[in-house]
Design a protein around this ligand. Structure first.
Ligand SMILES: O=C(O)CCC(=O)C(=O)O
Length: 264
């Protein structure tokens, strides 16, 4: 995301495996995760989003139960992924990976905001992403009109999506997206690599959530999970889920966000 939009709340990089030893909940079933994507669907009861989530702490449990965090596997097909990567990479031609973000939030990345996509396939994936973001942000649609941007549901979304290319050795440190630039809901597609997103409550460090983000999946972060938990994409050395190392490779994410509430 654009540098100015990130707020880093200095956090540690606690050892994931030691925390896993005592995790309080596991919503991804006991099935082993294989890089081919054999994650067993958990009890889902009509919700079309699958969850690949582990958590510890009462706040985290509530965030999970209230669907503040969701993961849906295979949101894009392999073919769609290829097209997205091709167009995303063409935006990055001759752009080098950066390792010196001004506040240290992110290492080994390049990024852009994109409002137009050339390929029809990409346009249709972005529409799906935006629809999923809007659906997930249902609370926002019903928020008091005075707090909104006074506009119909479609314009609840930021007009561009954020394309973020993380090098194999790149990672994102704990942060909360700046409320001035982003509303209640963040939705991202993960391409090229599996990864693990970790959320830690900004005050209660033993209140945490791990989200396994398989290649080609969609994740949603919203409400308290978005406002009260710092999120991060773990570097390969800390990339563990359910006691398994989830190998991190070069990863491209495409992220849609709702608009912030008006503050004046
Ligand atoms: O790459 C991602 O999916 C997460 C990006 C992120 O943390 C952010 O832009 O705030």
């Amino acid at each position: 995301m654009a540098a100015s939009r990130l707020i880093l709340f200095p956090g540690s990089f606690p050892g994931v495996s030691s925390r896993l030893a005592g995790f309080g909940g596991k919503l991804c079933s006991s099935t082993r995760f294989c890089s081919g994507g054999c994650i067993k669907e958990i009890r889902d009861e009509g919700n079309k989003f699958r969850r690949c989530i582990q958590y510890s702490g009462e706040g985290a449990r509530l965030a999970v139960i209230n669907e503040g965090v969701l993961v849906k596997e295979n949101f894009v097909s392999e073919r769609e992924e290829e097209e997205l990567v091709k167009e995303a990479r063409s935006s990055f031609r001759r752009v080098k990976y950066e390792y010196d973000h001004w506040d240290g939030v992110i290492k080994g990345y390049r990024e852009t905001e994109k409002s137009q996509w050339r390929s029809q396939s990409n346009q249709s994936v972005i529409k799906r992403l935006e629809k999923a973001t809007l659906e997930a942000s249902g609370g926002e649609v019903t928020a008091p009109a005075a707090m909104m941007n006074n506009s119909p549901p479609n314009s609840l979304l930021l007009s561009s999506v954020h394309v973020l290319d993380l090098a194999k050795d790149g990672y994102i440190n704990p942060h909360i997206d700046n409320v001035k630039f982003c509303g209640t809901t963040i939705a991202g597609i993960s391409l090229l690599s599996d990864s693990v997103m970790k959320l830690v409550h900004q005050e209660r460090k033993d209140d945490w959530i791990l989200m396994l983000l398989p290649q080609r999946s969609l994740y949603i972060l919203r409400d308290l999970a978005r406002y009260e938990y710092e999120h991060q994409i773990l570097p390969d050395s800390l990339s563990y889920f359910n006691n398994e190392h989830i190998q991190r490779d070069n990863r491209i994410s495409i992220i849609a966000r709702t608009k912030p509430f008006k503050t004046t």
